[in-house]
Design a binder for this molecule. Structure first.
Ligand SMILES: Cc1cc2nc3c(=O)[nH]c(=O)nc-3n(C[C@H](O)[C@H](O)[C@H](O)COP(=O)(O)OP(=O)(O)OC[C@H]3O[C@@H](n4cnc5c(N)ncnc54)[C@H](O)[C@@H]3O)c2cc1C
Length: 300
């Protein structure tokens, strides 16, 4: 077996080499991570992150892989998976969660406790860390609105705290993207009726199931909505529903969802995305901005 790169040698029991990222993305696409690190505690996360950064190794955070397109050649450096960092400590209307905690589960637990503010976020797959990084949300809510504070590790390995006002929460964007989100403190609204919250959750699930291809392998919306416009409508009007490149196809149910219908590659999805951008821009003058993050180099 090949020796681990020097900075990760002390962490051998939590590191795998060449782990296929297709196993960890909802699109089921993606080549290998050079090093795949699965910390079992915050202490291990901090120590391994610092060790990598001290040697200048590239580092990335992976949650549920539900907003990611990973290239077929994979990614260099270390990918830190938060699958085992799932603690949550409730204190009245406040909860401090680790980044691998599932967003859907937290929405349900908040409803059980009669705490409002999360119920509009149901039906969004993935983890709290991923949700915070991209200010996940939709027409009912955005996660940023219930954040009190986010604890991060920066690229020098320093621990920093960002109160909500400093996180830069905007539409599917924050200032936190380069960092490791190590914990999140949310403040919810107490005194709500659990039955009413559960009814809202049921209704939003029903609404999503009727408009989105939830059973298919996708990564949610491919493009952001341009100001005052619907990306899905622009893509539909450009004639892309059910259009394919290789194994990647635009959903017939929601034109902003790209699906992996038959062993699609990252190259298939990015070629289809480019075709859409070009045609929509020719027709409307609008350049659609990808919502799905692409590894390793981004979309540029
Ligand atoms: C069927 C379906 C429906 C969806 N609906 C919605 C929707 O309504 N609204 C919406 O906003 N999104 C939606 N999405 C997209 C996706 O679920 C969200 O963006 C989600 O919040 C991503 O979380 P994740 O844990 O899967 O992140 P990942 O895909 O693992 O990562 C996404 C980004 O977050 C970063 N990240 C992850 N964890 C951390 C961390 N701990 N620290 C720092 N950075 C981190 C990654 O580096 C990456 O850049 C949908 C996806 C699917 C498949």
């Amino acid at each position: 077996m090949t020796a681990l790169a020097e900075p990760l040698a002390p962490f051998a029991e939590i590191v795998r080499r060449g782990e296929p990222l297709a196993r960890h993305t909802t699109l089921r696409i993606g080549g290998p991570a050079e090093y795949f690190v699965v910390p079992r505690s915050r202490e291990q996360l901090v120590a391994a992150w610092r060790a990598c950064r001290a040697e200048g190794m590239p580092v990335r955070m992976l949650g549920g892989g539900s907003n990611l397109l990973v290239d077929d050649d994979g990614v260099p450096g270390a990918v830190f998976h938060t699958a085992l960092l799932k603690g949550a400590v409730w204190d009245g209307a406040r909860v401090r969660v680790e980044p691998g905690f599932g967003l859907e589960r937290l929405c349900r637990e908040a409803a059980e406790r009669g705490l409002a503010g999360m119920e509009g976020l149901v039906g969004i797959p993935g983890t709290l860390g991923g949700a915070i990084s991209g200010n996940a949300g939709g027409r009912h809510a955005e996660i940023g609105s219930v954040v009190e504070e986010v604890e991060v590790l920066d690229l020098d390995g320093g621990e920093r705290r960002f109160p909500r006002a400093d996180c830069g929460f905007e539409y599917r964007r924050t200032k936190l993207a380069p960092f490791c989100i190590a914990a999140i403190v949310l403040r919810l609204r107490p005194g709500a009726d659990p039955a009413a919250l559960k009814e809202t959750i049921r209704r939003i699930h029903e609404e999503k199931a009727s408009t989105q291809p939830l059973a298919a392998h996708s990564a949610g919306c491919l493009f952001k909505n341009p100001p005052g416009q619907s990306a899905g409508r622009l893509i539909d009007e450009a004639g892309f529903k059910m259009q394919r490149v290789g194994g990647a196809m635009i959903s017939d149910r929601h034109a902003n969802f790209v699906l992996n219908v038959k062993q699609a590659t990252g190259a298939d999805v990015s070629a289809l995305a480019r075709q859409i951008q070009n045609k929509v821009q020719r027709r409307t003058g609008i350049l659609l901005e990808p919502e799905i993050r692409r590894w390793p180099g981004g979309w540029a």
